[in-house]
Design a protein around this ligand. Structure first.
Ligand code: NAD
Length: 288
């Protein structure tokens, strides 16, 4: 299948390479020459503009930094350029309102489109083991599913347009709150003279157990291998957690939802990311 791929950064680069491995004819575009060079090495055909990449494409996949960029790229270069009836898949993490607006514009012009943000970081993008949460019509989902399967291990239909983004920001708001709570518990245990491994052994089989503790423990040397064992490098950057918390708070305000802990988590990550944006989000334990 001829697939245009726009946005070949940390995530998009590996995702486009996996589409090539699955036998697709990938037509890549990025503003960065370095990203384009890497895509070429991975077997993509590269183009000087998004319009050229989209010309003749049966599907368009995008992995871009934010909603403003997604909206401008689709409005200026994708809608009206890709052949009518093409399928569009935006895998970026963006705000729910913009996702719905772009999908509605694409549908009005005769395309099927889904929002399909991902769970999983750069390693999962490279390894083809991302989880996709997908919003859009049943028809759009069915068309997107085989393309997403080539880049991930799980593809879940979350409902109508924008619901993929809704699932992503609700999940990551919960994760941010949960990680801060886990870090506070370990920090308090330490101050009370309780050994971290002993607290882990107890809490991991008690009611405080959660993913941040048993899959991604913020204390080095405790639990399975995680970024804390690597000086809080790699993993999920605090700057990206802050981005997702901001999107969640924007959505909560628009929807009139009460998210007191989400708001507090945003404030805590804002302070941390000011000097540690590239540090893994579990590094927040160093501030407690
Ligand atoms: P990145 O900054 O590495 O890549 C973004 C790419 O988009 C860059 O190569 C940039 O040159 C390109 N770009 C920007 N504007 C463009 C335009 N107008 N036309 C074409 N290309 C353009 O970011 P990333 O880490 O790959 O993240 C991409 C998306 O994935 C974001 O929405 C992010 O929130 C989401 N995400 C990232 C991670 C992660 O661990 N990095 C995890 C889950 C989701």
């Amino acid at each position: 299948m001829k697939i245009a791929f726009i946005g070949l950064g940390n995530m998009g680069g590996g995702m486009a390479a996996n589409l090539v491995k699955a036998g697709h004819d990938v037509r890549a575009f990025d503003l960065s020459e370095a990203a384009l060079g890497a895509a070429k090495d991975a077997g993509c055909a590269t183009f000087a503009t998004a319009k050229e990449a989209c010309t003749g494409a049966e599907a368009v996949v995008s992995m871009l930094p934010n909603g403003g960029i997604v909206k401008s790229v689709y409005e200026a270069d994708v809608i009206g350029t890709a052949p009518e009836g093409a399928a569009f898949l935006d895998c970026s993490t963006i705000d729910v309102a913009t996702a719905r607006e772009v999908i509605s514009a694409a549908e009005a012009a005769g395309y099927d489109m889904v929002d399909a943000p991902v769970s999983g970081g750069i390693a999962a993008a490279n390894g083809g083991t991302l989880t996709f949460m997908v919003g859009g019509t049943e028809t759009a989902f069915k068309r997107a599913e085989p393309i997403l399967n080539a880049m991930g291990k799980a593809v879940i239909h979350a409902g109508d347009a924008g619901n993929g983004q809704a699932a992503k920001i609700c999940n990551n708001m919960l994760l941010g709150i949960q990680m801060i709570g886990t870090c506070e518990a370990f920090a308090l245990a330490d101050k009370l003279g309780l050994d971290a491994q002993t607290f882990y052994d107890i809490s991991s089989v008690s009611s405080g157990q959660c993913w941040s503790m048993t899959s991604y423990c913020p204390v080095p040397g405790v639990g399975p291998q995680s970024p804390s064992d690597n000086g809080y490098q790699g993993g999920f950057a605090a700057g990206l957690m802050l981005k997702d918390l901001k999107l969640a708070m924007e959505a909560a305000q628009t929807a009139g939802a009460t998210t007191a802990l989400g708001k507090h988590a945003q404030e805590i990550y804002e302070a941390f990311a000011a000097d540690n944006a590239a540090t893994d989000f579990s590094g927040i334990i160093k501030t407690l």
